[in-house]
Design a protein around this ligand. Structure first.
Ligand SMILES: CC(C)(COP(=O)(O)OP(=O)(O)OC[C@H]1O[C@@H](n2cnc3c(N)ncnc32)[C@H](O)[C@@H]1OP(=O)(O)O)[C@@H](O)C(=O)NCCC(=O)NCCS
Length: 308
């Protein structure tokens, strides 16, 4: 049998990437829609493993935290080649590539909703509950036209880039982020000013509570994420204050309805203690159905220290 060879993806690999994505995540895969954008990013690399001329998988990574972290994302193995241990050499090639091109790299991080990650190699840093709800176009219209009484108890406002930069420059703010990590669009970032552009590539909106001349006590990130057969709005809210937390969630929901104006899936990533609050709002007040695909899923963040 041929041994695996590895190539970096190029524009004309697109059709093969689309084929590889077929059947993945029941239509919730984002990769074919992100592929062209990812190829333009200077710190993101997509590795393709081949048996002879057959593409058998894919593994992307990108480098953040001033070159100290590489984030593994979008692992794929063709269904005919799963369970044969091929993902390991692919990931080893990726790690070698990262270390040789980014000499400051100290750690690998990734998020997954998979339950059986091998923890002899990696440490779990964080786990958040994922609650997702189907929103239909009619509900969007009712919310945007104010036909549903939907109170937001605290003033929430957009956080411009400059304000976000100030927040990241204040070490006192870091307490907002568990483990000193901001997870946006399933990508973990250290709260560093140097990450701003990378964070803004992964999110569409940042919100904070209105506060005159002081640093906010809450911040949230909202990402519009089109998938093969669905549209998603992904939300992560950072706050220790339940009222602020709820205000962000409501604001994000109203904002997503206004932006998308179509059927979509509202996906919230939060500590499991907040699940009852999220469900009360989404299921009882807004009468939304749970999205089956995300039922009982959690998002885990893992880290592996790099050896030279
Ligand atoms: C995830 C996927 C790439 C794994 O490939 P595979 O050939 O089935 O992998 P194996 O079952 O041989 O497992 C190999 C290793 O990957 C780990 N693994 C398997 N699925 C994983 C997942 N979803 N996330 C993280 N690790 C995973 C296993 O624990 C195992 O670890 P070890 O080698 O350290 O023991 C493949 O199942 C796939 O393409 N699935 C659909 C897409 C997907 O779920 N991607 C994952 C996250 S983006």
């Amino acid at each position: 049998m041929d041994s695996l060879t590895f190539h970096l993806a190029q524009t004309d690999d697109y059709q093969e990437i689309v084929k590889l994505s077929e059947g993945i995540y029941e239509g919730h895969d984002y990769l074919p829609l992100k592929f062209s954008d990812w190829l333009q990013r200077e710190n993101l690399h997509i590795v393709l493993p081949y048996f002879g001329s057959q593409l058998v998988g894919l593994q992307a990574y990108f480098v953040v935290d001033e070159g100290r972290t590489f984030i593994r994302r979008a692992s794929r193995m063709h269904p005919n080649f799963r369970g044969q241990g091929l993902i390991r050499p692919l990931r080893e090639f990726m790690a070698k590539h990262a270390k040789s091109h980014y000499p400051c790299v100290q750690r690998e991080r990734f998020t997954t909703n998979y339950e059986n990650v091998n923890c002899t190699d990696q440490t779990k840093l964080y786990e958040s509950k994922v609650d997702a709800f189907n929103v239909d176009k009619e509900k969007c219209t009712q919310i945007t036209e104010g036909k549903i009484n939907f109170n937001i108890m605290v003033d929430i406002q957009q956080c411009p880039r400059k304000h976000f930069s100030d927040i990241l420059s204040a070490p006192l703010m870091y307490g907002l982020f568990p483990n000193n990590v901001i997870v946006v669009n399933s990508c973990p970032f250290a709260p560093l000013q140097s990450n701003i552009d990378y964070i803004l590539q992964e999110t569409d909106e940042i919100f904070v509570e209105k506060c005159a001349n002081t640093f906010p006590k809450s911040i949230s990130f909202g990402t519009f994420s089109p998938r093969l057969k669905f549209l998603h709005w992904l939300v992560s809210v950072y706050s220790d204050d339940l009222n602020l937390y709820e205000a962000h969630l409501r604001y994000q929901f109203r904002h997503a309805c206004g932006v998308i104006r179509n059927d979509f899936v509202f996906v919230s990533f939060h500590d499991k203690s907040l699940s009852p609050l999220v469900k009360k709002l989404m299921e009882e007040e807004l009468q939304l159905q749970v999205c089956e695909y995300y039922k009982n899923k959690t998002m885990k963040l893992y880290e592996t220290k790099c050896t030279p």
